[in-house]
Each structure stands twice: as structure tokens, then as C-alpha cells.
Design a protein around this ligand. Sequence first.
Ligand code: SAM
Length: 416
Amino acid sequence: SEPRRNLPLFLESGVYRFEDSNAVFVDPVRALNRSLTRFSISPSAYYSRFFESNPCDVANGGPNGRKRKRRAKKPVVLNDRERVAAQRHQDARPYLVKAHESLLGATELRSFMLKMRGELAITEDRKSLPPGVPPSFIELGRLWQAPLYEMTLNFLQEKLTGDGGPLIIHSKEQKVLPIFDNLVHNETKDDSVAEFLGSQYVIPRESCFYMSDLQQIRKMIPVECDARFHLIVIDPPWENGSAQQKLRYPTLPNKYMLALPVQQLAHREGALVALWVTNREKLRNFIEKELFPAWGVKFLATFYWLKVKSDGSLICDLDLFHHRPYECILLGFCDKEDMEPRDLARLSNIQDKRVLISVPGEYSRKPPLEELVLEYIPGTKPARCVELFARDMRAGWFSWGNEPLHFQELRYFQKR
Ligand code: SAM
């Protein structure tokens, strides 16, 4: 039977550890809320697809998407690459099945998930999200005027007003800063609010961002060695031919990733690298043969993100060839001059094929994976963490990308 203490721990941390497998269930809303002081993430805004009866429909063209015609089944003949991909899937399958069984067996957690879904449906009106379209950082950042755009960073007074209605900012101090190609840092121990072209953005305590195109990425490498990073999370805009993706952000050819200065970003005490990848075999092959060697990253393990609906069922069939209900995270490390032998030993004992289960948020939004990797991050604590191609910010983290403020817009939050 389930130990009863797991649920209270989950409510506090957003992470539920199963006793009978190497999997964890994560509620990104709870986990990310630990980054915030005055605000919390609005569950209905995060789980905007939580309410869809079949999120797979969303992946295939939205709830209104036309029904696919069932084609007569032809015997499937796999080419060499597809055979390797099928083998990778077979290797992962027992771990994914076991993780899913653990979730289905965790009755306490599952009834909590269903209750949460019921509460969200009743209490949160999704349509109550503030109207209006926030500026597209991707578009603005490409304009010749980009260097002239400024934002106002407000350091807040004790109390915020504007319950239910628009937020009224009472700031004790303001800073006006260029928003593109510039390091913006909230050094305080309190959330601050940035204003830009009529929209507001939550900037968590001790977090910073650098918003630029890949061409400018070298400018964000900290000059001081000790300001470099022990954990480097990378979620590149891999090409995948999905029309859904093209609407949301531009993609880049694989070889552009060779230009990421991973070695230069790594701390002298070593760095754990977590790379999100798609299930395309061509990409996996490129990473193993070219990208990790070019970055000087040594491969450690593969973790999986298994996507479920709020009733605990998988978002689509586990064995669908072109739409898997999971994505992979490849873990590797940069061995640096001041890396401690005990950190190296811990990394070499990393458990392979761990599974993180969660209900997906918006398109391509990844769940936080710190809890799974925390124990392996080398170096002095607190670890210095960076996310490349970020669309949000965390307390204590550095976010880089062409839209790191995207999910920081006030519409995704509520006041505590
Ligand atoms: N990890 C993010 C999340 O959980 O929301 C998703 C990242 S998404 C896969 C890739 C990001 O890379 C998008 O925000 C996209 O706009 C950004 N991107 C695309 N081309 C870029 C470029 N040339 N320079 C910087 N960022 C770029």
C-alpha cells in the first residue's frame, strides 16, 4: 500500500516519488511556484490543454482539427534508421510501462489529480485570461529598432493592490533598461515586475535573463569564471515539420547547435548538461556522433518525460510510431579542471532511464526537471543554473533565448 506521507510532500514540492519504480510525477505549477514570492502560477493558464478531452487531437491539429481518415493497414517495412528508432523505443518501453503502472497504482495521487481537474473546471474560467495579445519578442527582436526598446523594472513595495482586476504597481524603485541584447538581473530577494509595451512580466527573485538571437549568444557568457554554470539545460528549437510548431516559434537546423558555447558556459567545477531531444533518429544520431563531441560533453544517461492526461491515461498510444507520448532528455557532463573526484564518481553512477511523468502545459513547454537531476549537479551549492532557449524564468536561474519572458507575462500568474 502507498505510504501516506507522499501526498503532503507532493503538495509542498510538486514532486511525487513512487516507491516501486524510478519514476516521479511532477506538477509543474507547484514545482515552479517555489520560485515565486508574491505571485503563483495560475493552474488554468498553465494547463490550458488540461481540459481538452483528447490532447492528442491538439497535437494533431487542434480540437477542431479534421478527423483523420483511417487508412487500410499496410505491412510496415522499416528502413535502417527506423529500425534503430524502433529498437530505442523497445529499450525504453519497460521503464515507461513500469512508471505508468506506478502512477496508475498511486490511488491517492490519482484521486487528487481528478479532484484538481474538477476544481479547475469549476473555479477557473479559462476565458477570464486578460484579453489582448502581448508583444512578440521574436518579431521585435528582429527589427532594426530592437536596441532602442526599453523596459521598466519595478521593485515592489510591501503590498500590491488590484485584487481580481488589473495589477496596480506600487514601486519603491524603478530601473529603465534595454530589453534586447542586455543582461537584466533582479538581484533582490523579492519578485519584481517588468513593464514593456503595455504588458507586465514577473521577474523572480535573484533571476536574470539575456534576450537575444543565437548569433549574439557569446555575449551572455559570464566573464568571471565563478559566475559560470553547474547545470546547463538546453531545449533547442529542433526542426520537426509540425505545423503547430511553425506557428509558435522559428526552428533552426541541427548544425546551428554546434555554435552553442557549452564548454565556455560550464563552471570550472564541472557542469551537468541536460538536452531535450525529439524522437527523430536522425537527430539522435547527430547528437551522439557530432554535437556532444563538438561541445566536449560526455554522455551519461537518457531520461524520459512521459505525458499523461489528468485522469492518468497516456496522451496517446505508447507504440504509435510518429507520435510517441514521451520525449527524451539526454544527460551528459563537462569535465573541468576543478571538478571534485566525488562529483565525478556520483555522475558515473547516475541511474539510466529514469522517468518523469506530468500533464503537459502549452505547446512544447517542458516540465522542470531539477528534482530528477539535483543530486548529480557538480560543484559548490547553491548550484548556478542556466537554461538555453528558455521561455520562462526561475528564482536563481539565468534564462537565455529570443523570448525568455514569454511565460512570465502576468496573464500566466495570480497573486498569492
Ligand atoms: N524550454 C522551453 C519551454 O519549456 O517553454 C521551450 C523552448 S522551444 C523548444 C525553443 C525556443 O527557442 C523558442 O522560444 C524559440 O523562439 C527559440 N529560438 C528559435 N530560434 C532562435 C534563435 N535563432 N535564437 C534564439 N532563440 C531561438
